[in-house]
Design a protein around this ligand. Sequence first.
Ligand SMILES: [Zn+2]
Ligand SMILES: [Zn+2]
Length: 369
Amino acid sequence: MQIKAAVAFEPNSPLVIETLELDGPKAGEVLIDLKATGVCHTDGLAMTGTGPGAALPQVLGHEGAGVVADVGPGVTSVKPGDHVIPLYAPECGTCSNCVSGRTNVCIGNTMAPMKGLMKDRTTRLRLGNQPIHHFFGTSTFAEMTVVPENAVAKINPEAPFDSVCAIGCAVTTGVGAAIYVADIRPGGSAAIFGLGGIGLNAIQGARIAGAETIVGIDINSDREGIARQLGMTHFINAKSEQDVVGAIKSVTNGGADTCFECTGVAAVLGQAIRASNMFWGHTLAIGVASPTDVIPVAAVELVMGRKIEGLYFGGAKGRTDVPKIVDMYMSGDIQIDPLITHRMPLEEINTAFDLMHRGEAIRSVIVMD
Ligand SMILES: [Zn+2]
Ligand SMILES: [Zn+2]
């Protein structure tokens, strides 16, 4: 079938709207009629041709929501008409990682999606005779996409696509970190570094988990208002504050119980570790740093018990937890709408990236017509 999609052809170039050929779903695959998709920093990174999952030319996008249009042979867990969120973090339930009970990172698709391919090492997308790569197994900057069955979360059909699409990445990454990975205790403290789409969601996750002191750190004071609305109690502007670590310690009784690093800057991760409680401080490394970045922290800082933990997709199991987070939104426990600052059609997707790079958008959502 023919679909309209935004294609990344060359590094550091705007996306191009093209009509592509999309093959129907093969065995174990699902065709999704996409209704909305968020625009995320990771897509911007892939546009440089070097970020995780980059394999140009490709259709980017990993924060979508839509309706199942067709299923391939053997698919039993979803059917046409089901409302779904495609998952870059699949959950097959049978691979060695899934059965270990030790990680939410499924390797059932042999990591082929990280190379821009389906599990059979081919693509379903073409421009003429040229194969176009998938991205993260989702490729949501398109009218339709084909994904593995294990990468589809069936959600509440009442949920609005143009809000819950953000649960496909930013919301789950931030909220999940707080409720699935952090050990936040009632009355505890949390410090969130970077108040973008993920950090703001970590704030609401920390609030839900019972944190009483929630410190937000950013270089952009424009984020203070929305962060307070979501539960932040103290704001530190990292541009004007000379001693960020000291400022956090002074409002958290010597160091935060949990620090969330959401910027992807290793130097900030170092700050987060030093700003955590010396004995039980737990620092979550959420932001994706460049491969050559190392954490500037003296080893002795860990000696009394501080912990650092990396995590993927908020520690959430895609098929199990994403529907629950959609329900948290539907019941009003978490807010998404204040985070979606812009909505636009696919044709204007490059504007969404401009807004993101200028720090003017928290989340832009592309709404398919
Ligand atoms: Zn993302
Ligand atoms: Zn698995």
